[in-house]
Design a protein around this ligand. Structure first.
Ligand code: AMP
Length: 505
């Protein structure tokens, strides 16, 4: 049987092809038949340009219905979809195109001239444009193509997509995800979250990241449900559309912004089946506030570009705030020390993962790939975690964010949790800064959210009563809002850079 993910989606589309798959912000509908038709046209255009199995198609465009067709068209011809964050600059794009050597690049109309220059320098044959309104040369040229009806034959291990990691240290790496990785993860989520054909998903996430593209979109393609497609998160728009939705997926910032919106009431959410959060830690406080306002316990799950999703709080059962729940079906997790030896329950170590969801390696980086796998096939995530006696996983931070001060290991999360409960703290980020005496010094950056903070001595005094002295920040900085990337992750590297010289002698 053809293991091409698109072939599998097609088999599961509703028998009534006039059923709507997407509803666009202006209320217009795209049926499953239209989806298939438009995808087929783009696939025909790609094929006409010589794109065949295994060729990369790089895409840096705004989110639209056409972005969805383009993703599926890549799958249809067996090409490797390579979506890129729209925030990447020209010089970053040049690195990605030079590294991935795509046959085709699709860019925003406004970037056409710059991208053509980069494409010429990096040897990319074809440049198309695609605008946020579905305009541009890609759509114009696809319109004159007869839809391709065949779907390229693929094996489970054939690569469907390359997603570059966010790369906060060193060069970004291209994670190769196979048709089998994506299908197995979609099936695991479908089963775990009890997704139904009558589900309507509110989709406000970007389509260049694993969350919006694979978790959200693949799930609905597999399920044959409906998607309310928003170009980006906008609290007013989400509030307008919630009455039509049954499921929403978001990063934690979506939830904090909704809670801060005066029009976001419990009544708006009564009919909802599920709110899901991931890609960054959801504060327990946000979980509790959301539950109080709406009666819904947000279901938090955990994953990463390289592994798709690994764990999830249960649909039925306790959704424990501050944890990322239990391993998904078919996924094994363990917490290990640096040598790969499992640590006892409740102890902190690095989370390792094995299963059909785990990627095939980094594009053209066999040594980096090998360095991140154990001989028994477990992938070293670099996330610090604990696993409780009952199997619930708690993420306590990134390995590289761990601070070593005067020889002691400090886990920022422990201090952040203590700070977050104090007066005047909206949120906090604890980082290590170079220090002439301690090697690294613990420093806290407190986001006030525009409010008035207390004196630094208040926070230091409060922490002293709760934590060992070496964990107590040597200095406190105040900031209105913590810097975040598009997926809602706090950019600790930006903070480390900003305060780098705090202890310079
Ligand atoms: P990305 O590859 O951009 O999806 O980022 C993956 C990283 O995001 C993981 O390795 C974690 O550090 C973090 N992450 C994702 N989901 C969660 C979560 N629910 N709680 C805490 N961290 C998370």
């Amino acid at each position: 049987m053809n293991q091409n993910l698109y072939a599998i989606f097609l088999q599961r589309f509703p028998s009534d092809g006039s059923a709507p798959f997407m509803e666009l912000p202006d209320g217009s509908l795209v049926s499953f038949d239209q989806l298939r038709h438009e995808t087929g046209r783009m696939a025909a255009l790609l094929a006409a340009k010589g794109v065949t199995k295994g060729d990369r198609v790089a895409v840096q465009v705004e989110k639209s219905a056409q972005t969805v067709y383009l993703y599926l068209a890549c799958l249809q011809v067996g090409a490797i979809h390579l979506p890129l964050n729209t925030a990447y600059t020209d010089s970053e794009l040049e690195y990605f195109l030079g590294d991935a050597e795509p046959r085709v690049v699709v860019c925003r109309p406004a970037s056409e001239a710059a991208v053509k220059g980069i494409a010429a320098r990096t040897g990319v044959d074809h440049v198309f444009t695609l605008g946020g309104n579905g305009d541009g040369s890609l759509v114009d040229q696809a319109a004159s193509c007869a839809p391709l009806s065949t779907v390229a034959e693929c094996e489970t291990d054939d690569i469907a997509a390359i997603l570059y990691t966010s790369g906060t240290t060193g060069r970004s790496k291209g994670a190769m995800l196979s048709h089998g990785n994506l299908l197995s993860n979609t099936q695991a989520l479908h089963e775990s979250w009890g997704v139904r054909p009558d589900d309507v998903l509110l989709h406000a996430l970007p389509l260049f990241h694993t969350h919006g593209l694979f978790v959200a979109l693949n799930l609905m393609l597999y399920n044959g449900g409906r998607v309310l497609l928003l170009p980006k998160f906008d609290a007013d728009e989400v509030i307008r559309l919630l009455p039509k939705a049954t499921v929403m997926m978001g990063v934690p910032t979506f939830y904090t912004r909704l809670l801060a919106h005066g029009d976001f009431t419990g009544a708006l959410t009564r009919h909802m089946r599920l709110f899901i959060s991931g890609s960054a830690p959801l504060l327990a406080d946000t979980h509790h506030q959301f539950r109080e306002r709406t009666g819904h316990a947000i279901l938090e799950r955990y994953g990463m570009t390289e592994t798709c999703m690994n764990t999830s709080n249960p649909l039925n059962g306790e959704r424990r705030a501050g944890t990322v729940g239990l391993p998904l079906p078919g996924v094994e997790v363990r917490v290990c020390d640096k040598d790969g030896t499992s640590v006892p329950p409740g102890q902190i170590g690095v989370l390792e993962v094995r299963g059909p969801n785990v990627f095939k390696g980094y594009w053209r980086m066999p040594e980096k790939t090998a360095a991140e796998f154990r001989p028994d096939g477990f992938f070293i995530t670099g996330d610090l975690a604990t696993i409780g006696e009952d199997g619930y996983v708690t993420i306590v931070g990134r390995d590289k964010d761990m601070i070593i001060t005067g020889g002691y290991n400090v886990y920022p999360k422990e201090i952040e949790l203590a700070l977050d409960g104090l007066e005047g703290v909206n949120e906090s980020a604890v980082i290590g800064l170079p220090h002439p005496d301690f090697g690294e010094a613990v420093v806290a950056v407190i986001s006030t959210g525009g409010g008035r903070p207390c004196e630094p001595s208040f926070y230091i005094g409060a922490l002293r009563s709760q934590l060992a002295a070496y964990k107590v920040p040597k200095q406190i900085f105040f900031i209105e809002d913590l810097p975040r990337n598009t997926m809602g992750k706090v950019q600790k590297n930006v903070l480390r850079e900003r305060y780098r010289n705090a202890f310079a002698s």
